[in-house]
Design a protein around this ligand. Sequence first.
Ligand SMILES: *Cc1c(COP(=O)(O)O)cnc(C)c1O
Length: 490
Amino acid sequence: MDGRPLYLEPRLAPRLGSLLAATGTLHTLSDALGSPLHVVVPDQIAENLDGFRSVYRTHHLSGQVFFAHKANRSSALLRRLATTDAGVDVASLGELQHALGAGFTGDRITATGPKNPEFLWLAARTGVTVSVDTTAELDQLAALVRAHALAPVRVLLRLSGFETPGVRVLSRRSRFGTPVRELDALLEAVERHGDAVDPVGVAYHLDTTSVAEKATALEGCLAALEACRSRGLRPRAVDIGGGFGVSYLAEREQWEAYTTALTSAVLGRRPPLTWGGHGYGLREESGTLRGALGLYPAHRPLAGAAYLDELLSRPAASLGGRPLAALLLEHLYDLHTEPGRALLDQCGLTLARVLEVRAQETGGELLVRLAAKADDIALEDHGVLMDPVVVPRSPTGSLSGSGPVAVHLLGSLCLETDLITRRTVFLPRRPEPGDLLAFANTAGYVMDFHATRAQHQPAARKVAAWQEGDLWRWCLDELFWPTTPSGGSQ
Ligand SMILES: *Cc1c(COP(=O)(O)O)cnc(C)c1O
């Protein structure tokens, strides 16, 4: 192995750390239910919700936290959340049906994203708040309400394309939402459809880590609410979407050392750190570095509820420099949030069995083949670089695994590109066939968003696990209900 190992160790909160330490249980589970296997931890999502709630309390704000369902299909997580005061943000007919079936009533649900007529009808029928993307969608919804003699539907007007005068912070382009400069036309449509829709407020969702961009958007929303009020409308809420993020890694130093080494490798100053010299967006052109690192910032000083706190504490440049939270409070606006990834932080892990460990003829990294496809552990799709944890088959670990090794993690498809990771992964000991690799913190987007049944290989099963004293108990995800014996809710 060239040089020192470059570890990217996962950050483990106590609950997930305890599950990872229950190695006997993890092996029993994967023996019974196969590899790969997803394990979700419903009690953690309730704890994460408390984190968001405490930020609301700090700023004296009311409003709802809507879990963005698209980040995980799990029934257990959703049903556990139904026992709290959280809402859910659904982005398809299937997600809406799932949320209703998990015990959420329409007043705890918002519908966002691209909508087909069936989705719109069921949302309107069950009293869901609809986040409207365009004037055309508003027209369609109003027509549906009239045709089916439904009660007026609460709508949020999703906006995009915010700008702060003077300050050159432009929000990124979005295919969703109405550009703020077209707000007047949208409000005219709202007035036209006064019999069919109830405009409760405005919304945005930006897929960015930048607090400044989101502060600009929130300021833009406050201005849009003023525009509503000046027309005699009575909006009462701002929905600031999701994107609060997760910090995946335990150590900032490891992240910095890794990205520095990756840059050197791309420049040819050290041996490659990836399969086929892949640069994660970086490339070398006549001795200089080009491109941009297309990776999730795996170590984040500010993520989740703390990120929301920071955003709310930001001064509103165009509105007298007062904190955004103070402006929301002054107008008694409800603050709605739609965290997906952040509510799923530490809510699960993915197990994959080691099938083969092979040395290459040319030496170098070991090839480790797993009983899993890359789409079952979609870390690469989301640019998240994080090491798996070796869960040895035998309690004492194997004798050959005395020191660190560099490996490539290969998937089980008959496809050159089926790589669980495109980078070289460093492990503290050599894994053996029969060991499990546990990928921590995979509940947000990594578990099932990309899952396929390619080559007749099954998609991973999912189980829900909870603690009973020192014991970890579990059941199939779809069998978990808040009444499951000690199934989380206590
Ligand atoms: C995806 C999405 C979210 C959740 O985003 P995260 O980054 O997972 O927090 C929230 N709202 C809308 C409208 C979305 O499309």
